[in-house]
Design a protein around this ligand. Structure first.
Ligand SMILES: Nc1nc2c(c(=O)[nH]1)N[C@H]1C(S)=C(S)[C@@H](COP(=O)(O)O)O[C@H]1N2
Ligand SMILES: [Mo]
Length: 318
């Protein structure tokens, strides 16, 4: 059985938000001039992707310093590429984020297959700065670009039978080496990667359908061309490279529940009071910092999401 590790990584450089903003306006300027963006940056950043303009949200942001683009794009969990933190950035070139479609089906009045270009333009894009807390004990602060998942959900009109939403990642071993069967993948996950939410969780305004980060389209290793981001839940709930959103009446069986049901529950809300069976969830290591931080209930979003779980036993519904 495959088991997530709780690693301790070497500290990295501290993010300079101003540097990002400068670089972003520089990129947008370059794009406007239709020049090839060979961008000289202070940090050895990976090549810049296509700019993705968005208006910065005043409401959905946090004061914590941003994690560097470098760290966000080289320290990843994306098991489709492999189980090491650098596998996704090393092998990301294998994923082809265009053409791409996303199937929306199940209990909805308007089931449809959307082309990614259309999906991207359905609603205005916002930049939101969210904390991301991995179940392994590290965290980041990421300026995502997307629009509320709720906007898309309302558009396809779930019927009264829709009680849960299931998200499925692309299954293609030619693009995802981690999905190939073989000696080195004996203990891999059950593909495709499936995640799920209760419908009311999926409709929560924090749930973001995400197309970009740091002013540009999602790098492949971060889940191009479209993923979800659920900042109050452990990172593995935020499925990457989604090809299908299905509305169902029964609670979906998720990939990590299937792999280790006693370790990864359906809810997986960030909760410092409920330890993982093999390690504490009380503190976290913010990538780029030295001292550990205290993990906050619902990752610091309790005032916004606690009511979703009123009356539930969070020890049992972990
Ligand atoms: N399809 C898919 N989605 C995934 C994963 C994965 O392995 N496959 N890993 C998850 C985990 S464990 C985390 S912490 C986040 C990491 O997102 P990031 O690499 O963009 O920071 O993606 C989540 N989404
Ligand atoms: Mo994670």
């Amino acid at each position: 059985m495959l088991i997530k590790q709780a690693p301790d990584i070497a500290p990295s450089e501290i993010t300079d938000y101003q540097l990002y903003l400068n670089r972003r306006s520089f990129l947008i300027g370059m794009a406007a001039l239709a020049l090839a963006p060979t961008v000289p940056t202070a940090a050895a950043a990976p090549p810049a992707g296509a700019p993705l303009p968005a208006s910065r949200s005043e409401r959905y942001t946090v004061d914590d310093p941003l994690t560097s683009f470098e760290n966000i794009t080289t320290y990843n969990n994306f098991w489709e590429f492999g189980s090491n933190k650098d596998d996704p950035s090393r092998l990301a070139y294998l994923l082809k984020p265009r053409p791409w479609t996303i199937q929306i089906d199940g209990h909805v009045a308007r089931p449809r297959r959307y082309d990614i270009e259309e999906l991207l333009r359905l609603f205005p894009l916002e930049e939101r700065v969210y904390r991301l807390r991995c179940v392994e004990g590290w965290s980041m602060v990421i300026p995502w670009i997307g629009y509320p998942l709720a906007s898309l959900i309302k558009r396809v009109e779930p019927t009264s039978k829709a009680r849960f939403v299931e998200f499925t990642t692309l299954h293609d071993p030619t693009q995802f080496p981690g999905q190939r069967k073989g000696l080195f993948n004996l203990s891999s996950l059950d593909w495709p990667y499936v995640e799920g939410l209760r419908l009311d969780e999926a409709l929560h305004p924090l749930a973001l359908l995400t197309f970009g980060l740091y002013g540009q389209v999602l790098p492949n290793q971060d889940g191009a061309p479209v993923r979800i981001v659920l900042p109050w839940k452990y990172g593995f709930k935020s499925a990457k490279s989604i090809v299908r959103i299905r509305f169902v009446s029964e609670q979906p069986k998720t990939t990590w529940e299937k792999a280790a049901p006693n370790e990864y529950g359906f809810y997986s809300n960030v909760n410092p009071a409920v330890d993982h069976p093999r390690w504490s969830q009380g503190t976290e290591r913010r990538i780029g910092e030295f001292r550990r931080r205290k993990t906050l209930m619902f990752n610091g979003y309790a005032d916004q999401v606690a009511s979703l779980y009123a009356g539930m036993d969070l020890q049992r519904n972990f």
